[in-house]
Structure formats: C-alpha cells, structure tokens
Design a protein around this ligand. Structure first.
Ligand code: ZN
Ligand code: ZN
Length: 109
C-alpha cells in the first residue's frame, strides 16, 4: 500500500557578506569573493583583483589589508625575479660561448 504525505525539508543556503561593509559578497556566478591570504569575504568594492602578470586570464583576489601589507614584499619579489632572469641569461650566454669555442678549437666551424 502506498500513501503519499507531504514532507517539508529544510534547505540550507549560505549567503556571504563583505567583512568590510556588510554588502553581499557575490561575483557574477554567485560565488563569494574570498581573499587569497586571510580567506575572509568581500564585496566587489572591497576586493583587489591581481591579474596574471604574464597575460594569462587567471586572477587572484586580495582584501586591501592583505594587499597593502604585501607592497614591500612584492618589490622584493620583483627584484629577486629580475636578478634571477639576469643570472639565467648570463649563464646561457656562457654556455653558448663555450659551445662555440669548443667547436672552433676542434676546427669544426
Ligand atoms: Zn564591501
Ligand atoms: Zn585578506
């Protein structure tokens, strides 16, 4: 025997709000904006978007507190990257130079 009865289920919906101003934290897909470092939620106005410096379409989100603290670190990181690039370039030049010298000595070129 089958009997039908009505059952009401509770459906939990999570809404996120900006930790700065209390406005809803929601992007176009309905997901909240989350700071990459502290994990708090922010609205459109209170989140900083950091686009991929290499031109890709990835984007990291930071709250302004975490982003501002990072200023000196970002400068240092930039310097390290520059130094690394220069060293790498130098080593490649040395390698290419030596390769050509070896062939010259062996009179192959
Ligand atoms: Zn806000
Ligand atoms: Zn943060």
């Amino acid at each position: 025997m089958k009997k039908e009865r009505e059952e009401t289920r509770t459906h939990i919906v999570e809404d996120y709000y900006c930790d700065e101003c209390g406005e809803p934290s929601r992007n176009v897909w309905g997901h909240p904006y989350v700071c990459h470092i502290c994990g708090r939620h922010f609205c459109d106005k209170h989140i900083h978007r950091q686009y991929d410096p290499w031109g890709g379409d990835s984007v990291d989100y930071y709250c302004y507190s975490c982003w501002d603290i990072g200023e000196k670190y970002r400068k240092e990181i930039e310097e390290i990257e520059l130094e690394y690039d220069n060293k790498k370039e130098q080593k490649e030049k040395e390698w290419h130079f030596e390769a050509i010298e070896v062939l010259k000595k062996e009179k192959k070129i």
